[in-house]
Write a protein that binds this ligand. Structure first.
Ligand SMILES: [Zn+2]
Length: 616
């Protein structure tokens, strides 16, 4: 998710992209939205809101341009914990009736609005409440600079309805304009085609997203934010104390966009910028269009974790351009993006690094399958999340199993066929939301084409609809990792001195840590730590992996650092890895609860929920 514009270039780009904007609204039923888009559907949003830090609320008017397809008397929106005060129709704002239906856990309530057969505009007056899951309000102390408050949104998966009344389904797309009023000393940015690059005197900012996007990609952040350009189409936003570091860390952003374009065709969104958020951001990154939201944990000081950016950038094709129509189809977003991430990584960091990443991804897959059990329906690519919190579907499975499935197809047909296939797939579905079945039809029509031998080689149905991992998974190998495996066998005899000169990159260190001997002693852990300084100087990823081993092998020297790490960040996935390790022993579980009590006021609402459930 991630602005000075060459106005002319931008206008030319817009002209070229006009044809992209014929968006399609899918007719498949999304179990996580109350809306009935087949009867009446939104097309465009004009948002006029005020962000108030004193009351920690966003309030204003969401004006929706709609298509009353059925010419009926009702349109249904999703809302969750909002305070809806008034609804009017048309430009003359004639007041109309509205009604909230019964609430379902996670889903909020249907907002049923009475319309007329010829209604084209619905204006909803509302304010958010303290319970808005999407909004994280931070006190100055919770920011990097500790001077001004901050707020940011996280819409995926079904949380946008907690800050905007909307038809909250990834299958429904719309364009938007927004007018946002904020305190005069703060800057507002959004998932918009154009963002401001500096504060103005009025505190009023206007935005426009001219590509049709689904509601979960609506995003806003307000805070003491500065901008620094990287090149003419990429740049970084961050708090003042972080801006220089962030711009240095992400200096290769422009190069990444070019590498991705070489593979998958033009970047269609205009600018690509990155916003570095305060540490309570619950994810590594969120691919909000034009403006990736990113954890500060990626700023390692040595550019060692920038591969995460390749993932978020990849979503500009898979996810934001071609979107899963329902959350059951999330592998279409995340499996494809993991594949695109690896391909961008290979372009930027080379083949050896790509092979290492392949081996790491395979381990992730094996670990996740082992955790769920190979017959668990949650290990299918097409999952069933009906009645559940769709965030539950965002495990590693759609990422790593999806990636490995695409690798099988790549190997079966060769890159010379697969690369243009993927590019054509993105082109054919640009700015559309599609289901797994749409993908199956597309690959059968355009790649497999009735070739039985090829179909047997790919085993598409097994990969998508069956649990576990099919037997035709490709083999992975890395010479660099083999060399580390050999070191692993020797160091207990020969000592650890000099190892840090042989095991240098983050990927290599991660592999070394992951495969430390199961019976390693706390003394040996201390010797390794003295050689590599993982506890003190490791980057985010190194620390996370190292701390798992430290907990497992009771390396107590690292305990204060583990506690500090778990309090300082809110990245749900990484935290869950550590909490899960802790709860394996009774003493660990007690410690986990103590850490959670200290940390939870700084955690994001979704993180509190996930960790809270685990510790119950
Ligand atoms: Zn992703």
């Amino acid at each position: 998710m991630k602005k000075i514009i060459l106005v002319t270039l931008f206008l030319i780009a817009l002209a070229c992209q006009k044809k992209d904007q014929t968006e399609k609204t899918t007719t498949v039923k999304d179990e996580h939205s109350y809306s009935k888009p087949e009867l009446a559907v939104v097309k465009h949003l004009d948002l006029d809101i005020k962000v108030d830090f004193d009351t920690q609320t966003i309030s204003g008017k969401a004006s929706w341009l709609i298509d009353n397809i059925s010419k009926g008397n009702e349109i249904i929106f999703d809302e969750n914990t909002l305070n809806i005060t008034k609804v009017t129709l048309g430009d003359d704002e004639k007041e109309t009736k509205f009604e909230l239906g019964a609430a379902a856990e996670f889903h909020g309530k249907p907002l049923k609005i009475t319309i007329e057969p010829n209604t084209t505009k619905v204006n909803i007056y509302y304010s958010t409440t303290k319970d808005a899951v999407a909004l994280q309000w931070l006190t100055p102390e919770q920011t990097a600079d500790k001077k001004k408050p901050f707020v940011f949104s996280q819409g995926e998966s079904i949380w946008s309805r907690t800050w905007i009344p909307c038809q909250d389904s990834p299958g429904i797309r719309f364009t938007y304009n927004a007018k946002v009023t904020v305190p005069k000393d703060l800057l507002a940015v959004m998932s918009a085609s154009v963002n401001p690059q500096q504060k103005n005197d009025t505190g009023v900012y206007t935005f426009k997203q001219d590509k049709a996007i689904p509601s979960y990609l609506m995003a806003i952040a307000v805070g003491d934010i500065e901008f620094k350009a990287i090149d003419n189409r990429t740049g970084v936003y961050a708090e003042p104390s972080l801006i220089k570091k962030a711009a240095w860390e992400f200096a290769e952003l422009g190069k990444m966009v070019v590498a991705a374009e070489k593979l998958y065709g033009p970047y269609r969104w205009g600018r690509y910028d990155v916003l570095v958020l305060p540490p309570s951001f619950p994810y590594g990154g969120m691919e909000n269009p034009n403006l990736t939201f990113l954890t500060p944990g990626v700023i390692a000081g040595d550019r060692s974790l920038t591969s995460l950016l390749a993932h978020e950038l990849g979503h500009s094709w898979s996810g934001n351009l071609v979107t899963n129509a329902t959350w059951d189809d999330i592998w279409l977003n995340e499996g494809f993006t993991t594949y695109v991430e690896h391909r961008i990584g290979e372009e930027i960091f080379g083949k050896e690094e790509a092979e290492m990443q392949d081996v790491l991804t395979r381990k992730d897959l094996d670990d996740n399958i082992a955790e769920y059990g190979a017959t668990s329906p949650d290990t299918r690519l097409k999952v069933s999340l009906t009645g559940r919190n769709p965030d539950d579907g965002i495990s590693q499975i759609p990422y790593v199993k999806g990636y490995n499935f695409l690798k099988v197809i790549e190997q079966a047909v060769g890159r010379e066929k697969f690369d243009p296939f993927i590019k054509n797939y993105f082109d054919a579905h640009a700015f559309q939301s599609i289901t797994t079945e749409d993908f199956v039809k597309y690959i059968n029509d355009n790649l497999i084409k009735g070739d039985k031998t090829l179909a047997d080689k790919i085993k598409l149905e097994d990969w998508i609809y069956k649990p576990g991992v099919p037997s035709n998974i490709t083999s992975v190998h890395s010479d660099d990792f083999t060399a580390i495996d050999n070191i692993q066998k020797e160091w207990r005899k020969t000592g650890v001195k000099g190892l840090s000169q042989k095991i240098k990159s983050t990927t290599e260190k991660q592999h070394f840590i992951d495969y430390l001997p199961a019976d390693i002693t706390a003394e040996e852990m201390a010797a390794i730590d003295a050689e590599f300084s993982f506890t003190k100087n490791g980057n985010f990823v190194i620390k996370r992996q190292w701390f798992v081993q430290a907990i497992r092998h009771e390396y107590k020297t690292a305990y204060p650092a583990i506690e500090q790490f778990m309090i300082a960040t809110s990245r749900t996935g990484s935290l869950m890895t550590l909490y899960k390790e802790l709860v394996k022993t009774p003493e660990g579980k007690t410690w986990a609860k103590q850490i959670f009590d200290k940390a939870k006021s700084g955690y994001h609402a979704t993180t509190v929920q996930a960790v809270g459930d685990l510790l119950k």
